[in-house]
Design a protein around this ligand. Structure first.
Ligand SMILES: [Zn+2]
Length: 91
C-alpha cells in the first residue's frame, strides 16, 4: 500500500506517489527533492500551481519544517516542478 502524505499547500491527504517531496537544501532554503530520497525532514505538495504557490509561503514552510528552513524565492518551486515533470496537474 502506498503511504499517505499531506500536501502543505492545500492540506489534503494524497498517496505519496501523487505528491512532490520538498526538503531543506544545505543552504537552508526549501527545494524540490526529485528522487524523494534526500535525507532529513521532508514535506509534500501536489504538482499543481496553486499548491506549489501556497507551499512556498513563509507560513507553510515554517509549519512544515518547524522554523528550520527558509522559503524559496517566489516561483522557484513552480519552475523546479515544471522542469522535473514537464507539466503540472490541472487545477
Ligand atoms: Zn495540494
Amino acid at each position: 500500500m502506498t503511504p499517505i502524505r499531506t500536501c502543505i499547500g492545500c492540506g489534503q491527504k494524497a498517496p505519496r506517489d501523487e505528491l512532490l517531496r520538498l526538503v531543506r537544501a544545505p543552504s537552508g532554503v526549501v527545494t524540490l527533492d526529485p528522487g524523494k530520497l534526500a535525507p532529513g525532514r521532508g514535506a509534500w505538495v501536489h504538482p499543481r500551481e496553486s499548491c506549489l504557490r501556497r507551499a512556498e509561503a513563509a507560513r507553510a514552510v515554517g509549519r512544515a519544517f518547524r522554523g528550520k528552513a527558509r522559503p524559496p524565492p517566489p516561483g522557484a518551486l513552480l519552475s523546479e516542478a515544471l522542469l522535473l515533470l514537464g507539466k503540472l496537474e490541472e487545477e
